[in-house]
Design a protein around this ligand. Structure first.
Ligand SMILES: N[C@@H](CCC(=O)N[C@@H](CS)C(=O)NCC(=O)O)C(=O)O
Length: 418
């Protein structure tokens, strides 16, 4: 109720007869009345109208007024609290997809992952590295999930840790809201490459997050490293999952000797990862998801600076951190393999194509040809996902035919072999 509405109601009341209602007035009330009548000369029309109906017993009137104002502001506060809670809930719901992660200036801002447990050989670890205990949920389309899948394959861990891929195109995950996300096919044959959830019978990745946490309000991303024993998510952060896969399962890995993060290269790998993540891995997303020109241009410039830097490094050595393959190469590869097929068109990264960087292009073929790597690249899933799941970028979902690059073609990187 507004203050003016209330005044309207007061002025509509019949004029009270003070003596009849309250009896004889006291000297104190009389003095107050005198003061008030002096002050009333200076009041607005509305306040004058109010004082016309003021009962003689001022104490009661003032108390009533005080109560009224107290409850009025109390209810006002309650209403605004309720509203702001509703706004917060709405914002949380809206932030359930990468497409909603925007700064005020229209730049893409990726939010950090939430499940950050570590599988460890440490005897006190709640997540010990047991064969058959963990399951990796991925999408072949997703570069972050693909780097985990690459580790499963090249470390020879795919028998100890099984994996399932979701369908490439986002669908509604619930009838009760608008969220679009990763879903499993209903059968083994519905979608080549993807399969139903073999553990929980979940219909979507969202359902896995809801099984793991009843109050989760973030994005429902892949990869998800699932613990069958504790029925929860160990980690949804690919950068940390690959570190676990590199070292913690060596007792059961078929290719335990391969160390993609050896102690003598760790500082160098960390340094390279940082600018490659910012400029390239996440940089292509910053180009593609920008909603204003400025942040797009800033991201595109940074992207090409970083690509030029890689091209320069790879003109002198076979891999990013020397002549042995490392974590940094797997992390860069997952973006490069998608570059000309998707990012150049869909994310507007077209200043220069991967194929126009001789060293980077040959390097991408070289990594693709590491035993096990090619099985982690499903270009059909990749193209159908990006072109089909972001209607705000590609409203008709049309998938470009080209360029259909043959990454198994010969490359020239052996020239750097020791
Ligand atoms: N920090 C995560 C990022 C994973 C991520 O962003 N995955 C994307 C697919 S490429 C996803 O699942 N997005 C779902 C969404 O935005 O709703 C990681 O590196 O593991």
């Amino acid at each position: 109720m507004s203050a003016t509405a209330h005044l309207g109601r007061v002025s509509a009341l019949p004029k009270p007869k003070p003596k009849e209602r309250y009896g004889a007035s006291t000297a104190r009330v009389g003095a107050t009345q005198a003061k008030l009548s002096q002050a009333s000369k200076m009041r607005s029309g509305a306040t004058k109208a109010l004082s016309t109906y003021m009962p003689k017993n001022k104490k009661i009137f003032l108390l009533a007024a005080l109560f009224f104002f107290f409850f009025f502001f109390f209810f006002l506060a309650l209403i605004s609290c309720g509203l702001s809670q509703e706004i917060l809930q709405h914002t949380a719901q809206m932030a359930r997809s990468a497409l909603d992660e925007m700064s005020a200036s229209g730049a893409f801002l990726r939010t950090p992952s939430t499940f950050r447990n570590f599988i460890s050989r440490d005897s006190n670890s709640p997540f010990p590295p047991e064969s058959g205990r963990y399951h990796l949920y991925v999408s072949y389309a997703c570069p972050w999930a693909s780097r985990c899948l690459a580790y499963l394959k090249i470390k020879g861990l795919d028998k100890a840790i099984n994996f399932t891929s979701v369908k490439p195109i986002w669908e509604r995950t619930k009838d009760t809201d608008e969220h679009m996300g990763w879903v499993f096919p209903a059968s083994e044959t519905e979608e080549p490459g993807a399969g139903p959830d073999p553990l929980n019978g979940a219909k979507s990745i969202r359902e896995l997050y809801e099984l793991a946490s009843t109050n989760y309000a973030g994005k429902y991303t892949v990869p998800v490293l699932w613990d069958k024993k504790l029925k929860t998510i160990v980690s949804n952060e690919s950068g940390e999952i690959i570190r676990m896969l590199n070292t913690e399962f060596n007792a059961i890995a078929e290719n335990a000797a391969l160390d993609l993060y050896p102690p003598h290269l760790q500082a160098q790998i960390n340094e390279v990862n940082e600018w490659i993540y910012d400029g390239i891995n996440n940089g292509v997303y910053k180009c593609g998801f920008a909603k204003t020109q400025g942040p797009y241009e800033e991201a595109a410039e940074k992207l090409y600076e970083a690509l030029d830097k890689c091209e320069e490094i790879l003109s002198k050595q076979r891999y990013l951190c020397g002549n042995t393959v490392s974590e940094a190469d797997i992390r860069l590869f997952v973006t490069l393999i998608r570059f000309d097929e998707v990012y150049a068109v869909h994310f507007k990264c077209n200043k220069k194509l991967l194929r126009e960087f001789p060293n980077l292009f040959n390097y991408t073929k070289d990594i693709f040809q590491i035993p096990g790597m090619s099985s982690t690249v499903n270009m059909e899933h990749i193209k159908r996902h990006y072109y089909g799941s972001h209607p705000s970028i590609n409203p008709f979902g049309i998938i470009p035919l080209g360029p259909d690059i043959d990454f198994s073609a010969p490359h020239d990187r052996e020239r750097f072999s020791n």
